[in-house]
Design a protein around this ligand. Structure first.
Ligand code: ZN
Length: 492
């Protein structure tokens, strides 16, 4: 029997603002869409946290035996500098500044994104569609929305008529924004835009002469609005109604609100049953921002080329650190927090390495089922990884007691225990047991002790011993250098 038949997951649905029992549309099958990156710069660490949160969710659903179709897009056109449909296309702007083709920008940062995802051991989605690869689908949706009378054309651009839509539906259903209040507050402020109302959003924009990325359409040579691509690609691959739609908290409004409006206007259905949003990552208690310098790129954590941290951290340690917080909580990234996570990570891996040396006993003195239930209950309760991790530290305690033979497990229970630990740590949390402890400080300490012993030997004119220490260190690849003041060493 598939595991999912024994486990009822509860998901916090941003749409209903409550935890709900999860029931997929098709039994045993799940359609999940997550908004991917706009590939105009190196992937932001905050976005990494979002993708890692959905990787955890994806991994747990797979662990339970669900057949999951996971779609995560690449935004390679249409995302303007601000959310009010103004400013340059982010990718075009980068291309103009660097004097390269927009598709070179897209290629460079898609490769970077994939590299970073694979370093953090995030599984690739099943389909990774691009906005530029789905222009035809987007045009078809615009035609449909125009036919329904919920969009209007102004000088070659097409805008979604939020007011008209709101007469029969609820614009603001996800974000909780009240459209009437918004209109009341902003209507008089806007005189420049060609939109009928500032709340309306672009489905298609006519390209200005300097706009590089452009496609023909029935209305003008132009480009699609940013929100439209996700409606086109999610419904194409997952159906007009699907199970889970995820993204960062910052996408709730306007992006996801607009997605709901587009889908309802076009297909007359609520597109998504469970909306999930991952919370943000702060750095040393402040919002991360390139402009203030309070920023660190994923690769800079691994190489040490940054001014934020005093040492490097392995990707799996960073992953462990991130999963120690629930995906809906704000998480603060700092050197101290990472060092604490690293200690915990090594403790966990040491326990994994010790598993094979445990000997089975005649009886089981540990209540394995109760421990296992607590682990599954944590994950079934809106993917609560911090509670799962706390239970894994309980397992570390078991491992130590089993090694001392203070507690025992029968062979059958021991095999089961080892299988569960491995599943939770590697399959579900996606950690990797490939991080070497940095022992350079200990090494320095040991060599310093030997230098001191050698100095004592020389002071006592014990040349044989002092030479022996120097020569044996050379054999181990450590070269001592006697200076005027003191002796230093190099490691080859
Ligand atoms: Zn999206």
């Amino acid at each position: 029997m598939e595991l999912y038949k024994q486990h009822q997951i509860r998901i916090y649905n941003s749409l209903t603002k409550s935890k709900q029992e999860f029931k997929p549309i098709n039994d045993g099958n799940i359609g999940m869409y997550v908004c991917g990156p706009t590939v105009y710069s190196n992937v932001h660490l905050g976005n990494v946290r979002t993708f890692m949160s959905f990787d955890l969710i994806y991994r747990y659903l797979l662990h339970l035996g669900y057949k999951v179709r996971y779609v995560r897009n690449i935004t390679d056109a249409g995302h303007l500098e601000n959310d009010a449909d103004e400013g340059e296309d982010r990718i075009s702007k980068k291309a103009r500044l660097e004097k390269i083709e927009p598709m070179e920008v897209v290629q460079q940062y898609t490769v970077d994104f994939h590299n970073v995802m694979s370093k953090f051991n995030c599984l690739p989605p099943n389909i990774e569609p691009t906005a530029t690869g789905h222009i035809i689908e987007q045009i078809e949706i615009i035609k449909d929305i125009l036919d329904k009378g919920l969009a209007y054309i102004v000088d070659g651009s097409v805008y979604f008529d939020v007011l008209k839509y709101n007469e029969t539906a609820h614009y603001g259903v996800l974000s909780g924004r009240n459209i009437e209040d918004a209109i009341h507050n902003t209507r008089t402020l806007d005189g420049q835009s060609e939109k009928r109302n500032p709340q309306d959003f672009a489905l298609w924009k006519k390209a200005k002469p300097e706009h590089i990325m452009r496609w023909p359409s029935p209305w003008s040579i132009g480009f699609p609005g940013w929100h439209l691509e996700c409606t086109a690609m999610s419904t194409k691959y997952l159906g007009k109604q699907f199970d889970i739609h995820g993204g960062g908290m910052d996408l709730k409004f306007p992006h996801h609100e607009c997605e709901i409006a587009q889908s309802k206007a076009c297909f007359e259905k609520d597109p998504v049953n469970y909306w999930m949003h991952a919370n943000m990552l702060t750095l040393n208690g402040q919002k991360m921002a390139k402009s203030t310098g309070n920023n660190i790129l994923p690769n800079e954590i691994f190489t040490g080329e940054n001014t934020i941290l005093t040492k490097t951290f392995a990707p799996s340690v960073v992953r462990f650190f991130m999963l120690q917080a629930h995906y809906r909580s704000v998480l603060d990234f700092s050197g101290d927090a990472l060092e604490a996570a690293e200690k915990g990570f090594f403790k966990l891996m040491e326990a994994v390495n010790n598993l094979s040396s445990i000997k089975a006993g005649k009886i089981s003195t540990i209540d394995l089922n109760s421990w296992k239930d607590t682990c599954y209950n944590a994950m079934n309760d809106d993917f609560n990884s911090p509670i799962l991790i706390a239970q894994l530290f309980e397992a570390v305690r078991f491992v130590n007691l089993l090694k001392l033979e203070t507690e025992t497990l029968t062979q059958e229970d021991l095999t089961h225990f080892i299988k569960l630990i491995n599943s939770f740590i590697f399959e579900v949390l996606g950690l990797e047991n490939n991080v070497k402890k940095d022992t350079s400080a200990q090494l320095s300490g040991v060599v310093e002790v030997l230098i001191k012993l050698r100095n004592d030997a020389r002071a006592n004119k014990n040349w044989a011993l002092s030479d022996q220490i120097r020569d044996e260190l050379i054999e181990k690849g450590i070269q001592l250098k006697d200076g005027k003041e003191d002796t230093t060493f190099t490691v080859n």
